[in-house]
Design a protein around this ligand. Structure first.
Ligand code: F6R
Length: 613
């Protein structure tokens, strides 16, 4: 999705801003732009396509002296919503006078009515965007005080925004504000960096202020003054990021995705560390903020998420029912608030989100809060909106996930859900001995995943047999059913092969009609309950000429021989096995996409953090 960077300080603004935009590339975008202040003049460069193209353009258009002089500016990567990804639609947009520049994430829902009002007053618009309308509105409100002008304009808009505004008449400041679209402000030494994502801030400072909805800040090189939209000062604490900037680099891997797949033993280790109690046979998740009595009163668990996070929730559903004997259900976050969910104080709602910014999940959290449920979150990004709004929950500690396709966040989400289920289970039917046994299984996960990663080369060779197909089916049963969904999602999003995940039993109720000679069926045939049945389903596919890639438990050569190709998954508890099985499918998808020459880290049309509903 769109990305914002703003800079005011002592360095060459264009360099800082373009480097910042590069850090945001992973979020997905299709055009980019930059505005810098050259004394009392705004200069703007925009380009469709990649940041590299914008950089070439800025360096071709702007003299080196200009670049050196300009220490203030704003920049943007745009993921097209209103109008195609052309140069004219790219941000920044200027007001009527050309003295005010604006970059904007989010959607101004009432932009059409504002636009026609402004057109009636002689404004002319070059672009099809909602953002240009806001730039003009700010310009019209500006009576010599940019801060007040932005406040006045924002009072007139309906929708969501994260913005940064620059005026050539007030070169010592940038105004930034948010409603529903994140803004973080990095506090450096004589420099301040504004960004929609802390990845763009990391290279400068670890000290960050997160704006809340309806906060607006006056940002100078050495101060940040946060107020509300009625000009009342508000206090926002400075958070320490504690993120090693090197964690956001590729570290010698060809792609971020491959790096992040390989990081999973460490990421899981971090998610688990200090959270298992082998004495009591339970888990310690302080962020849940619940007493055993409160846990005992929970009557139902509702898991919310989108995409990969939704799939993690589906594994969690099996875990809560199996380990904790508690009714559990998963709901697609986008649907949740529109179906008027029935919730009460005995319902535990768990919002699952890597970014902590997904608009649909955030809206679902707000709905669950309204209904008086006990709401917590499972986020990776520390300080993200969902984490802050829920107030309680468990961080994944997976480290920055840059590749658009989620990998290590998923496996860490699942391991945290397993630990939550263990905790709830110990308050119910799980004995101490059972608890200790399961905690030991969880503890072994980094090593189990390491064993799958050791098969990387073999998986790459297997993948070579599956690159020419345009369709693929993933099948699984029980907790491996969501793994099949996740495997299919990974393959389709990065290789553009049409892939569908099905419950293995469901295939013969329709989708089997699509099988032809050579159609790939990726079957999760590990030693889990229902394995015999899935072997039967595999035979049904073989009889129709499908090519079977099986995920098979280590040592189960009899099953492996029934497949055309096999990847081995370490023997472990069926719920725990969902994690190494997913890692195998991540590697499979990665190698298929690589061999097809796809742009793996930034697949077409996709965005890392989906901040529009
Ligand atoms: C797929 C993927 C997406 C996200 C989804 C939710 O690889 O990354 O499906 O899982 O957009 O994002 P978060 O977890 O940030 O809420």
């Amino acid at each position: 999705m769109c990305g914002i960077v703003g800079y005011i300080g002592k360095a060459e603004a264009a360099t800082v801003l373009i480097n910042g935009l590069r850090r945001l590339e992973y979020r997905g975008y299709d055009s980019a732009g930059i505005a810098i202040l050259d004394d009392d003049r705004l200069v703007v460069a925009k380009a469709p396509g990649k940041v590299a193209r914008l950089s070439d353009k800025a360096h071709a258009d702007w003299a080196p002296e200009l670049l050196q002089r300009a220490c203030t500016g704003i920049a943007h990567t745009r993921w097209a919503t209103h109008g195609p990804p052309t140069e004219v639609n790219a941000h920044p947009h200027l007001d009527k006078s050309g003295n005010i520049a604006l970059v904007h994430n989010g959607i101004i829902e009432n932009y059409r009515s504002i636009r026609s009002r402004l057109e009636g007053r002689g404004h002319f618009f070059y672009s099809e965007t909602d953002t240009e309308v806001l730039a003009h509105l700010i310009g019209e409100c500006d009576k010599g005080d940019l801060f007040q002008a932005v406040c006045d304009a924002l009072h007139q808009v309906v929708g969501t925004f994260g913005i940064a505004v620059l005026s050539s008449h007030e070169p010592d400041r940038i105004i930034t504000a948010r409603r529903g679209s994140p803004i973080a402000i990095g506090i450096g030494d004589g420099e301040t960096i504004i960004a929609s994502d802390v990845s763009a801030i990391l290279a400068h400072t670890q000290r960050v202020i997160y704006l809340n909805d309806d906060d607006i800040a006056i940002v100078t090189a050495d101060s940040v003054d946060v107020r509300d939209l009625h000009n009342v000062p508000v206090t926002r604490e400075i958070a320490e990021l504690g993120i090693d900037p090197a964690a956001a680099e590729k570290g010698g891997f060809e792609h971020y995705m491959l790096k992040e797949i390989h990081e999973q033993p460490d990421a899981l280790g971090n998610a688990i560390r200090g959270r298992l109690d082998f004495n009591l046979g339970t888990s310690m998740l302080a962020g849940m903020g619940t007493s055993p009595r409160e846990l005992a009163e929970i009557g139902r668990v509702v898991l919310l998420g989108c995409g990969t996070s939704l799939h993690a929730g589906l594994v969690g559903e099996y875990a809560f029912e199996d380990l904790a004997d508690i009714h559990s259900e998963v709901q697609q976050a986008a649907e949740f608030r529109y179906r008027n969910p029935i919730l009460g104080s005995r319902d535990l709602v768990v919002a699952i989100s890597q970014s902590g910014e997904t608009a649909d999940t955030l809206a679902a959290v707000r709905e669950a809060n309204q209904k008086g449920a006990f709401v917590m979150s499972l986020c990776n990004v520390v300080g993200s909106t969902i984490a802050r709004e829920t107030g309680r929950g468990v961080y994944l500690h997976a480290g920055p996930e840059i590749s658009v396709a989620s990998t290590k966040a998923f496996t860490c989400q699942v391991v945290v859900l397993l630990m939550m289920a263990l905790k709830l289970g110990r308050g119910r039917r799980f004995s101490r001995e059972d608890g200790i046994k399961f905690a030991r299984e969880i503890e072994s996960l980094p090593a189990l995943v390491g064993r799958v990663i050791l098969q990387n080369e073999r998986i790459a060779q297997i993948a070579a047999e599956y690159t020419n197909n345009e369709h693929a089916f993933f099948i699984g049963r029980g907790p491996m059913y969501p793994v099949a969904l996740e495997g299919a999602l990974k393959l389709k999003e990065i290789s553009y092969i049409h892939a569908e995940g099905y419950h293995a039993a469901e295939l013969k109720h329709g989708p089997i009609a699509l099988l032809q000679a050579g159609t790939p069926v990726i079957a999760i045939a590990c030693d889990v309950p229902g394995k015999d049945k899935i072997l039967g389903n595999i035979e049904e596919c073989c009889a129709r000429g499908a090519r079977i890639l099986g995920l098979v438990t280590e040592g189960d050569y009899a099953t492996a021989e029934r497949m055309h190709d096999a990847i081995f998954i370490p023997r472990c508890h069926p719920l725990v096995a969902t994690i190494p099985a997913t890692v195998a499918l991540q590697l499979f998808a990665y190698h298929v996409a690589r061999l097809r020459g796809c742009e793996i880290d930034q697949p077409r049309n996709l965005a890392k953090s989906v901040t529009v509903e």
